[in-house]
Write a protein that binds this ligand. Structure first.
Ligand code: AMP
Ligand code: MG
Length: 289
């Protein structure tokens, strides 16, 4: 087994939203930047998973030593795009103690009584942790925009509110990695159908998901606006083709691992005298024999 990575272009570049990005010409079955096959991706994922596990441990150790860095993975995507699979398969490769995963559904009565960022802000990861949002504050300019759940003047103002809030979060030490998982409508229908065919997937089936599909063009317009208006230097968007689950999972693994690598965290220095502790153990041992 070679050590080749098969990335021709790093996904942080290949998947990053540039000016002029058009969702309508996006190919959800593509594998941007990657030139290997699924088996290569799976091997590479295992290798990078091991790196990710160590990087997460360094982040955790850094937090324990008083460091202020944390990581936030924001996952958005239509139903069946594979957000849950990312949580299981990518974050599943690291120590669960270091991960704080949170899903955002229809706001509760209490949440609705507050500003839309209230519940999001409270779910931010502590120092040393990797936070994962399965849906997020972006629902407040996606489902809310598509269904007109608040007046247009309200949701129109949210893009800049989100940008300002994310910039503050980043300023306080949280690296934000935003991933939009894009599945094609054909693949989505297959995945919804699969849920029906398997009794072990019925719990995931929601008849309302088929109704939401009817709003596909409106959702794409809302996603386009999100990508146009909220991809900022402190929190850029990555658009991830999600028809191939193996590709999406590998891409997110690589985005997270390289974001952690860029923090350049070493292991924290001992705040005790290592040599003196070794000598104490030697003395204890000599008394016990
Ligand atoms: P799931 O991710 O399958 O558990 O579904 C969660 C549902 O909650 C989705 O249909 C979302 O569109 C919906 N949801 C999430 N956030 C909001 C929000 N702020 N307002 C209205 N609906 C939301
Ligand atoms: Mg659902």
């Amino acid at each position: 087994m070679g050590k080749r990575s098969h990335w021709r272009e790093h996904p942080a570049h290949a998947l990053r939203v540039d000016h002029g990005f058009r969702l309508e010409s996006f190919d959800a079955a593509a594998t941007p930047g990657f030139e290997g096959a699924q088996k290569h991706a799976e091997r590479l994922m295992e290798r990078r998973g091991a790196d990710l596990a160590e990087l997460q441990e360094r982040l955790y150790a850094h937090g324990r030593a008083g460091g202020d860095r944390s990581m936030l993975l924001v996952l958005q995507g239509m139903d069946t795009a594979g957000k849950g699979g990312i949580v299981r398969h990518v974050l599943g490769m690291v120590d669960p103690q270091g991960v704080a995963s949170r899903g955002f559904g229809v706001p509760t009565e209490e949440e609705r009584a507050h500003h839309f960022l209230w519940r999001i802000d409270r779910a931010l990861p502590q120092a040393g942790r990797i936070g994962v949002f399965d849906r997020s504050h972006y629902e407040d300019v996606l489902v809310v925009r598509v269904h007109g759940l608040v007046p247009e003047a309200v949701w129109q103002g949210r893009y800049s509110e989100i940008n300002e809030w994310e910039a503050q979060v980043a300023e306080r030490g949280t690296t934000i990695v935003k991933c939009a998982l894009m599945v094609s409508p054909e693949e989505q229908l297959n995945r919804i159908e699969e849920r029906l065919e398997r009794p072990d997937k019925h719990w995931k089936y929601n008849p309302g998901d088929l109704d939401e599909r009817a709003h596909w063009p409106a959702y794409m317009e809302a996603y386009q606006a999100v990508l146009d208006r909220t991809s900022t230097p402190s929190a850029p968007w990555h658009v991830i083709p999600a028809d191939n689950k193996w590709y999406a999972r590998l891409a997110v693994t690589e985005l997270l691992a390289s974001a952690l690598e860029s923090l350049e965290l070493g292991w924290p220095q001992a705040d005790f005298d290592v040599q003196a502790e070794r000598e104490r153990i030697a003395r204890l041992r000599s008394k016990e024999v």
